[in-house]
Design a protein around this ligand. Structure first.
Ligand code: ZN
Length: 62
């Protein structure tokens, strides 16, 4: 199981202890939903969860 960043929702590898975008260790093992943002400029999902970069994100992070 991977982890998700509580700040930006980026999904990171389970062996990683830090979010490469936020440089925070505020990661959670509990998240639901996954989304791949390819075109963040035109993605409603990206706007909804305030994603600013392309990548693999969790929809909800606990
Ligand atoms: Zn982050």
């Amino acid at each position: 199981m991977a982890k998700a960043c509580r700040r930006c929702h980026l999904i990171v590898d389970k062996n990683s202890n830090m979010c490469p975008i936020c440089n925070t260790q505020d990661l959670s093992n509990e998240y639901t939903g996954e989304v791949f943002i390819i075109d963040n400029e035109n993605s409603d999902v990206a706007k909804k969860i305030k994603i600013g970069k392309k990548g693999h994100y969790a929809l909800r992070v606990r």
